[in-house]
Design a protein around this ligand. Structure first.
Ligand code: ASP
Ligand code: MG
Length: 592
């Protein structure tokens, strides 16, 4: 007998009719011969309403009491759901997080799951019940109620699917699948039939609001296929699964993160440990830093730009300003809070060249100035002025013909029918479920680095550079552009294979002259060190651990970029081996 987990989000249980409709879906699945576990969110906007109540009573409600309050939303909906199944003549039992045995740590309002017991759920299923689990909640070692962070029911659903070895996890929601971009933002967006975990992870972290980020990390880690579908219609929806490529299409989705803020530090001493001081200070405030871009400048000075959520700009500035004096007297700080991030994601771009310049050209044609750029293997992000962000998204969506494509993931492996796990396997799975998983620490020392310093802050320069480079048939790997808000200039760095280095450098020098840039610096032999794994951004410590490790052995970082699945740093080629050794040691405990 198979087992499926069906998760119903708030809008899918917003009223009693919808609860009955959801109950019918579960009953149908059970009649088709599967065991069914339902995971249910709070009805409609109930959680928001509870948050609102709390705020009316207290400006800073204690996190423990927040969890006590918010968890009631799900308790209401599971009880009603069980009654609905019962009213339709079938057996159901509702369970809170505590009753299932979802053990978490004690980080109230954003707890992490430590373990889930399966005995009770299994017994109930075997007795013919539909089990109805409250999403979003757990219990800590003191029997205090915890919650997993807003949107956390997805994580409950996927985690249950993982430990129960479910055949699939169906996410019933108010959209009928995963789209190339948010269809409410851009009407021409298309539904994709399949998308890989990695692509979905990147898109979710960019705010492509379909699913809770951590739920996809879980799905990837435990190989749970996810089926996102509408609770209102029978449209087939989208599958999220393991995959290595998406057809020949380099890009499968685009996203906009509207409320970003940029901070730039100029004139930092280009010596080991500088970034560490800055990011340590920020991490202490629990702010997630994004789009970290570091560039080597001239005169052994470096600049770092990064973005943080707009509403965390103030705390970040306070933290950075505190450590600024320790970094030397030439350091200047600029910031802006009217920026947005536009990104494209696709497994296919790792193998094709000319993808980045297609994006830059589309933006340049639309007269949109790119303030910052960062690229990873499967993602390119640019920072633009917020007023232009929608135009940027539209231009990029069109440039990759996303209104026409439906991406298809080529599955990495044929799915094996799920087998019952033996208790020892279950125990291993459960041990520290949310631990950081590092797959690899690797080095690529086959590339050179080119930096164009003093790029004027106007549309088109990046488009020109990478257009020329692509025309010469050169594959550009890592691109970062930082921003100097003060002088209105940026530095643009990129890496290319060593055998293309001379051509790329000559091209850059010509263009630098043509566009009146200050200078070109380069290094024909750099080493790119990559730590790849799952959940690198939600475990924000990864980049910091890399910086610390490299600072300790006195290795200077010249370029950085980060994504959900990888953090890359570029160092001088001569330091590569030493840096690799040190990083492998530093992450030895997490290598899984
Ligand atoms: N009810 C919670 C929320 O609104 C959890 C969820 O819906 O996933 O965030
Ligand atoms: Mg919700």
């Amino acid at each position: 007998m198979g087992l499926i987990v069906q998760k119903f989000g708030g809008t899918s249980v917003a009223d009693c009719e919808k609860i009955l409709a959801a109950a019918r879906k579960a009953i149908r699945a059970q009649q088709d011969g599967d065991h069914v576990v339902m995971v249910v969110s709070a009805m409609g906007k109930n959680t928001d309403m509870l948050v609102d109540l709390a705020q009316q009573v207290s400006e800073r409600p204690p996190a423990r009491e927040m969890d006590m309050l918010l968890s009631t939303g799900e308790q209401v909906s599971v009880a009603l759901m069980a009654m609905a199944v019962d009213a339709l003549g079938h057996r159901a039992v509702s369970l809170t997080g505590a009753q299932i045995g979802i053990r978490t740590d004690s980080t109230h309002t954003k707890a992490r799951i430590l373990s889930i017991s399966t005995d009770r759920v299994r017994d109930l299923l075997n007795e013919g019940n539909i089990v109805i689990a409250a999403g979003f909640q757990g219990i800590d070692e003191n029997f205090d109620i915890t919650t997993l962070g807003r949107g956390g029911s997805d994580t409950t659903a996927v985690a249950l699917a993982a430990v129960l070895s479910a055949d699939a996890c169906e996410i019933f929601t108010d959209v009928d699948g995963v789209y190339t971009t948010d269809p409410r933002v851009l009407p021409e967006a298309r539904r994709v039939s399949q998308i890989s975990y990695d692509e979905m992870l990147e898109l979710a972290s960019l705010g492509a609001g379909v699913m809770h980020n951590r739920s996809i990390e879980f799905a990837k880690k435990f190989g749970v296929p996810i089926h996102v579908r509408s609770s209102m219609s029978d449209i087939p929806g989208s599958m999220i699964l393991d995959g290595t490529e998406s057809d020949d299409q380099p890009v499968c989705g685009a996203a906009i993160t509207r409320d970003e803020a940029r901070i730039t530090l100029i004139g930092l001493p280009d010596v080991p440990g500088t970034s560490l001081v800055v990011f340590d200070a920020i991490a202490e405030q629990n702010v997630t830093v994004d789009m970290i871009v570091q560039n080597v400048g001239e005169n052994s000075e470096a600049d770092i730009s990064f973005t943080v959520p707009r509403n965390e700009l103030d705390v970040t500035l306070i933290a950075v300003n505190k450590v600024l004096p320790s970094l030397g007297e030439n350091v200047r700080l600029t910031h802006s809070d009217d920026v947005s991030k536009v990104s494209v994601v696709g497994l296919g771009m790792a193998r094709q060249h000319g993808v980045a310049n297609r994006m830059f050209k589309a933006l340049s044609d639309a007269m949109i100035n790119i303030q910052m750029i960062t690229t990873s293997e499967i993602k390119i992000s640019v920072l633009v002025e917020r007023a232009q962000a929608m135009d940027a998204l539209r231009a990029v969506h069109r440039a990759f013909s996303l209104e026409k494509v439906t991406c298809n993931v080529v599955p990495t492996k044929e799915r094996q029918p799920r087998t019952e796990l033996n208790p020892a396997d279950v125990a291993t799975r459960l041990q520290k479920m949310e631990d950081l998983v590092i797959n690899d620490v690797t080095m690529d020392d086959s590339q050179g680095r080119i930096t164009i310093v003093g790029v004027r802050d106007e549309p088109g320069v990046a488009a020109h550079v990478f257009n020329q480079v692509a025309e010469a048939g050169i594959f550009v790997d890592m691109i970062v552009q930082s921003y100097d808000g003060q002088d209105g200039q940026a530095s643009l760095s990129f890496t290319v294979p060593r055998n293309s280095f001379d051509v790329a450098e000559a091209t850059s020098r010509e263009l630098a002259k043509e566009f009146g840039c200050q200078a070109v610096t380069s290094n024909p032999c750099v080493a790119k060190l990559s730590v790849s794994g799952i959940g690198l951004r939600s475990h924000t410590g990864v980049a910091i651990r890399m910086f610390r490790c490299l600072a300790e052995i006195g290795v200077n970082v010249v370029m950085i970029n980060t994504s959900e699945i990888r953090v890359n740093v570029v160092v001088d080629g001569d330091e590569g081996e030493r840096a690799l050794d040190a990083l492998q040691n530093a992450f030895a405990d997490a290598l899984g």
